[in-house]
Ligand binder design. Sequence first.
Ligand SMILES: NC(=O)c1ccc[n+]([C@@H]2O[C@H](COP(=O)([O-])OP(=O)(O)OC[C@H]3O[C@@H](n4cnc5c(N)ncnc54)[C@H](OP(=O)(O)O)[C@@H]3O)[C@@H](O)[C@H]2O)c1
Length: 331
Amino acid sequence: MEKDYTAAPDRYQKMDYRRCGRSGIRLPKVSLGLWHNFGSIDRYENYSEIALEAFDAGITHFDLANNYGPEPGSAETNFGRIMRESLGAHRDEMIISTKAGYLMWDGPYGEWGSRKYLMASLDQSLKRMGLEYVDIFYSHRPDPDTPLEETMGAVSDAVKQGKALYAGISNYDDEQTRAAIEILRRNGTPCLIHQEKYSMFVRTAEQGLLDTLGREGVGLIAFSPLAQGMLTDRYLHGIPEDSRAAKPSGFLQLGELTPKRLEQIAALNAIAGQRGQTLAEMALAWLLKDPRVTSVLVGASSVAQLRANLRVLGSPDFTTGELETIEAILA
Ligand SMILES: NC(=O)c1ccc[n+]([C@@H]2O[C@H](COP(=O)([O-])OP(=O)(O)OC[C@H]3O[C@@H](n4cnc5c(N)ncnc54)[C@H](OP(=O)(O)O)[C@@H]3O)[C@@H](O)[C@H]2O)c1
């Protein structure tokens, strides 16, 4: 039986929580990612407000990585300040994750999947955030040149040392995922979650990975669920100056906004309108209709965007006709 939160603060009644695979953890259906908007180029007043608004809305899960910024590391440092100044007293109510896999420092041990890199990186992350432990430690990407046993062994040992509570993997394909799940299980530190890019525009997870995770009892958290803003009203009428696509530090390339993409976005937006919701709400609801998707991991550059995305919680179910029309648009 699920616990009753009726006596809990208001924020826990605003959010729905979904069990992460076959684990003891429930995650909010909407989680907040700190990849963009929390770096040293961003304003503390803005991003701290986003983080606090998120927590007040029942978002208990905050996702980071060693390299988030820019500059790399600064999102963790800035999140550490938010913890120190505002959210520290709520640490036990929060699931904080970090990752290691991408380039962080010079020399042969500054990226990928060696034990040397992962262990040093996690220590650095904890220091930057001022935390004793993270809840989830991810291998951020598979390393083709390091034995999987070594990479997973390092993640497992981080858990056994108490520096992380759960193990996670990200960007592993179906086959790599099956192998990683098996090793982590053998190590006594089962894989809690897989973090994969998944949206109406990127559907690789449907080619086996979702089935594997469902079968193995591992959660899936969908990153870039709004395709970095393309699945919102952001680019319906041109490229706003303050948008991710326009910023030199943004990872969304202008070249991705092809005429075909823009046509699809307009058509999807029309369906969302018929459903009485925004495109962002519909895009998130479309992912969450699959119970194997534990949570959608959104980014936001403003409190208004975050609030808009949270409206997915009241989203109506899809009719078969709507789903077919969406498939036709995405084809
Ligand atoms: N594991 C991995 O390899 C990996 C890779 C990428 C991301 N991630 C994780 O996933 C998280 C989310 O990724 P993402 O930031 O790409 O997610 P996303 O939700 O697809 O895109 C977020 C961006 O879309 C725009 N946006 C969001 N809500 C909007 C709304 N309601 N209306 C209009 N525009 C809106 C904003 O961009 P503007 O700047 O244009 O306002 C926002 O920064 C990251 O923070 C990170 O934690 C993980």
